[in-house]
Design a protein around this ligand. Structure first.
Ligand code: NAP
Length: 517
């Protein structure tokens, strides 16, 4: 079996030993192996900081944006190979692989376009000079300069492509080199993309490194100018936050953790289009990427009078979902990423069933082209009629094709129930009264990175509850990790340091090519 190499200090290096095998979650076939054992991580970080960072910072924002365009072209040229890897290693159908692969290419393209507008600038300004003395003879100008460390990404298994590029695009545009450690289960796609970009010779040596396999020793390398982005479970996030190097050097950390995202149908008449839009979106969110999306709807709330109707509409959508081997044309939903995840999902489902009943159990339908030994799991809709009394449905994230439908008695109660997610990435609202929707959105905004409002007017236009658009913020407070990503050029903040330059106007005027962020 091929052992995938790591790219560190500008070299391709094999880790020691046989490595850990990556599997096809449908057939069980062992595909490739990864190992990070024995790598000289000290040299890898030093090379990235000293060579990669310096070379990137020698360019203007516009020049770095042009590199992103070329990276996007290389990824586009190799798209077919990425789809093939995704089918084999992630067990996803084409449309689900697209969310990851084409989502990555689209996000890169956006940052290339936004970066091009920064043009020849080599310095970002934050606001105008503010007088500190009479007649502006001495003033304060806030500036943003790229940090001179490394951006280390420790990523989750569910987005091996997008998870790299949605972070790497703003980092590289900022002039900060990247070291990515993909989740082991799906590291192949990340490694292959890095290999294609490195082979194309677009980025300066040291600008992009990949470490596949164990994360052992990576965090020990962190220094005060480095930044760390982590995406994964809340348990691992807690370990990372308290790592001695992070604490000692005040390393800037961005955490994207798990999230009990909600969908809330405001009071509407039975038969309202808003109810159908709600049901369609809940079913879609449960099945896209087999529910393995950090933004997926886990809790769905409806007025009590519409509970049965909503359950029937969602179940009707789910019945159309053919589950099985993604290579079969009739299959609409592939596998979970691994048998381990299948076990986690089954355990999580049992926890939820202590408070909820089955409203739709897709597991009663046969799998297509896959057997019970595969990591395929059909969608399950649960119902909990007394959500105020329940606890587990509000605190247990089951990372698979499941959601819990719950009735509420009045809108204040519904909002209180949504807030029991304790901080989420996304919440979607459905209704036909703009004023009520706007009031509800502002009521819930403080606890959500994104509030997505669906009215009949945007039925065909809206971007989807769970789709992360680079134009909008991604992240969420509290349980969701407290992180912020994307949101257009706001993403550059994480990779820059803000500093106040206090000087005479003639000094400030000599700062060179600069632009407002
Ligand atoms: P995980 O087990 O926490 O792993 C995430 C990453 O951390 C992997 O690369 C993993 O490496 C690494 N890791 C594990 N233990 C570590 C340690 N002690 N020190 C440093 N790194 C360590 O999470 P997962 O199961 O892969 O991902 C699923 C979770 O991610 C879900 O809860 C989901 O909600 C969340 N998620 C959130 C977002 C978001 O944007 N908010 C996006 C996607 C997923 P190995 O793979 O080698 O163990």
């Amino acid at each position: 079996m091929e052992l995938l190499k790591n790219h560190v200090a500008g070299q391709w290096v094999a880790g020691q030993g046989e490595g850990t095998a990556l599997h096809d979650p449908v057939t069980g076939e062992a595909l490739v192996a990864v190992s990070s054992a024995g790598l000289d991580l000290g040299a890898a970080f030093a090379f990235a900081r000293e060579q990669g960072g310096a070379a990137l910072r020698a360019l203007s924002y516009g020049e770095r944006a042009a590199l992103l365009t070329r990276v996007g072209e290389v990824l586009t040229a190799n798209r077919d190979a990425y789809y093939e890897i995704a089918t084999r290693n992630s067990g996803t159908v084409k449309s689900d692989s697209a969310v990851d692969i084409d989502g990555a290419i689209y996000t890169l393209g956006q940052y290339a376009r936004w970066g091009a507008k920064l043009g020849e600038a080599r310095l970002l300004l934050d606001g105008e000079p503010v007088a500190l003395a009479k007649d502006n003879a001495f003033a304060s100008q806030h500036v943003m300069t790229p940090t001179r460390g490394v951006a280390l990404f420790i990523n989750a298994f569910n987005f091996p492509a997008w998870g790299l590029w949605e972070k790497a695009a703003p980092a590289l545009l900022s002039g900060v080199p990247v070291i990515v450690k993909p989740a082991t289960a799906t590291a192949w796609l990340t490694q292959r993309m890095v290999a294609d970009v490195v082979a194309a010779g677009i980025l300066p040596p040291g600008a992009l490194s990949v470490v596949c396999g164990s994360s052992a020793g990576l965090l020990d390398q962190l220094q005060g100018e480095d930044v760390l982005s982590f995406t994964g479970s809340a348990d691992t996030a807690a370990i990372i936050r308290s790592h001695p190097a992070v604490v000692k050097h005040s390393v800037r950390v961005n955490i994207e953790a798990d999230s009990l995202n909600s969908a809330l149908l405001l009071p509407v008449a039975e038969g309202s289009e808003a109810l159908s839009l709600f049901a369609r979106e809940v079913a879609r969110e449960m099945t896209v990427k087999s529910g393995q999306k950090c933004t997926a709807i886990r809790r769905a709330f409806v007025p009590r009078a519409l509970y049965t109707a909503a359950a029937e509409l969602i179940a009707a959508q789910l019945r159309k979902t053919v589950v099985g081997n993604p290579r079969d044309e009739s299959v609409r939903m592939g596998a979970l990423v691994s048998l381990e995840q299948k076990r986690h999902v089954e355990e999580g489902l049992a926890v939820l069933q202590s408070e909820a009943v089955l409203l739709h159990d897709g597991r009663l339908q046969a799998l297509v082209g896959a057997d019970a030994g595969s990591a395929c799991v059909a969608p399950v809709l649960l119902g909990c009629e007394q959500p105020v009394m329940a606890t587990r449905v509000h605190d247990t994230e089951v990372f698979g094709p499941m959601a819990t439908l719950m009735p509420y008695d009045d809108l204040a109660q519904a909002q209180a129930l949504v807030r029991r997610g304790a901080g989420s990435l996304a919440c979607s609202l459905y209704g036909d009264d703009p004023a009520a929707l706007a009031a509800c959105a502002t009521e819930l905004a403080d606890l959500h990175g994104r509030v997505h409002v669906v009215t009949p007017a945007v039925a065909k236009l809206h971007t989807g509850h769970g789709n992360v658009m680079p134009q909008s913020l991604h992240g969420g407070p509290g349980r969701a990790g407290g992180g912020e990503e994307l949101g257009g050029l706001r993403a550059l903040n994480f990779y820059h340091r803000r500093s106040a330059l206090q000087a005479a106007p003639e000094v400030l005027a000599a700062l060179g090519p600069a632009t407002q962020l």
